[in-house]
Ligand binder design. Structure first.
Ligand SMILES: [Zn+2]
Length: 212
């Protein structure tokens, strides 16, 4: 199978490298003087791997950020409109250009606010002691907790339904008691959320990590 098109980025590097952007574009990084012919055959040689990566990028769930589109944040549906970034009632305003970046910045603030309240409430109710809440951009994990009890959530938790946000918070808070994923850990989780198994399963099949 042939690769339809690709972008060559030349620099003072010594080796060739291939990658596929989140938008499904093939990018080749190449040394300044390497021939286009050589690059072409290199791309061809890796076409099977590239095809797979392009297909994965295209299958990523897309977030419609046009005016009038709807986005659900922490279980509340907002309608998108153009304006200065922020929420008014159930309208989420984003600037005309650079909407993904603007939404990302907004969600970092918004998630911190919401997850801090949620985490503190669960901690108070069940007697967990944590060192604080932060927001991260890390892809591939919804939350983490370090040895000091500092909890970090991906800003993408905003796309999860409240029951799953709650599971993520309980999971991380339980790490302040048991640091690993041993049976003792799941016992702590279960004391707070008897239905943790179904929530965990739902979280695993939730595709919103790919939105931004
Ligand atoms: Zn964990």
């Amino acid at each position: 199978m042939a690769i339809e098109g690709y972008r060559i980025v030349r620099s003072r590097r010594k080796t060739l490298s291939l990658c596929v952007s989140r938008e499904g574009e093939v990018v080749v990084r190449a040394p300044l003087t390497l021939s286009a012919e050589y690059i072409g055959s290199f791309v061809e040689k890796h076409s099977a791997w590239l095809q797979k990566k392009v297909a994965e990028a295209n299958a990523r769930p897309k977030l419609d950020l046009s005016d009038g589109a709807r986005v659900v944040l922490f279980g509340t549906q907002y309608t998108l409109a153009s304006g200065r970034t922020g929420v008014k009632g159930t309208v989420l305003y984003l600037p005309e250009a650079g909407r993904e970046e603007a939404l990302t910045r907004f969600l970092k603030r918004f998630s911190l606010e919401v997850m801090r309240i949620l985490t503190d409430r669960i901690a108070r109710t069940y007697g967990f002691r944590h060192a604080g809440v932060r927001i991260s951009s890390a892809r591939g994990r919804w939350g983490s907790c370090n040895k000091e009890g500092m909890i970090a959530y991906s800003f993408r938790v905003a796309f999860l339904p409240p029951a799953l946000c709650e599971y993520v918070a309980v999971h991380e808070l339980s790490h302040t008691v048991v640091f690993d994923h041993s049976p003792a850990f799941w016992k702590v989780v279960e004391e707070v959320l008897p239905d943790w198994k179904s929530r965990r399963k739902a979280l695993k099949s939730n595709g919103s990590m790919g939105y931004l």
